[in-house]
Design a protein around this ligand. Structure first.
Ligand code: RP5
Length: 191
């Protein structure tokens, strides 16, 4: 339940774990009903060779990993606070946070609490955009357009790529593949 999860996050934050053994990215979303939209983030990370890591004590073979949780700003505000507050100590380098509705506060509140860990916000619907991006000066968030969780993951990977050349190489390969795909379609149109 919520308090067990909060205790686990606090416990993990207090452990002296090699950051290479902890998830690099945290994907969080306000409700499991956000999952169909947030699937794009998982898809992008898998495409870049990331694995999902559910357990600190049992890291997968892949070097780069993400974790994911449902965290609601309004139903579980204590969990939201604990997740954001422990992110840096738990070795999370960047957070992808999605929320929907008109009060899509998970990304923006997480960005404020987790600072300086960067947050890429995903407005799950069009009506969520203002809530995700409308931050006051001094409280930054980076955000993608409504529903563009795939891009949010790419953006998060770009942040990691500044420090990890392996992630950079994977992004460059992705970009090249994408260019080739567009060029192929273009040629087909003329055939
Ligand atoms: C938001 O409320 C969530 O991010 C979700 O998009 C929306 C509706 O949640 P459910 O009522 O479907 O759980 O906080």
């Amino acid at each position: 339940d919520e308090s067990e999860l909060i205790d686990r996050l606090r416990d993990e934050a207090a452990q002296d774990i090699d950051p290479e053994a902890t998830p690099d990215v945290g994907i969080i979303m306000g409700s499991d009903s956000d999952l169909p939209v947030m699937e794009g983030a998982y898809e992008a990370f898998f495409e870049l060779g990331f694995a999902e890591q559910t357990d600190f004590s049992n890291p997968p073979d892949e070097r780069f990993t993400f974790e994911s949780y449902v965290v609601s700003a309004h139903r579980t505000p204590d969990l939201m606070y604990a997740y954001a507050d422990t992110a840096e100590a738990r070795g999370i380098d960047v957070i992808v946070a999605g929320a929907g509705g008109k009060s899509a506060d998970l990304p923006n509140m997480t960005a404020s609490i987790a600072f300086p860990v960067p947050v890429v916000g995903v407005p799950v619907q069009e009506k969520s955009v203002d809530s995700v991006i409308g931050m006051p000066t001094g409280a930054p968030i980076t955000a993608v357009d409504a529903g563009k969780s795939f891009n949010a993951a790419l953006s998060a990977a770009q942040t990691l790529a500044r420090e990890h050349s392996e992630v950079r190489e994977r992004l460059v390969a992705f970009h090249e593949d994408q260019k080739a795909g567009v060029a192929d379609v273009s040629r087909d149109l003329h055939d």
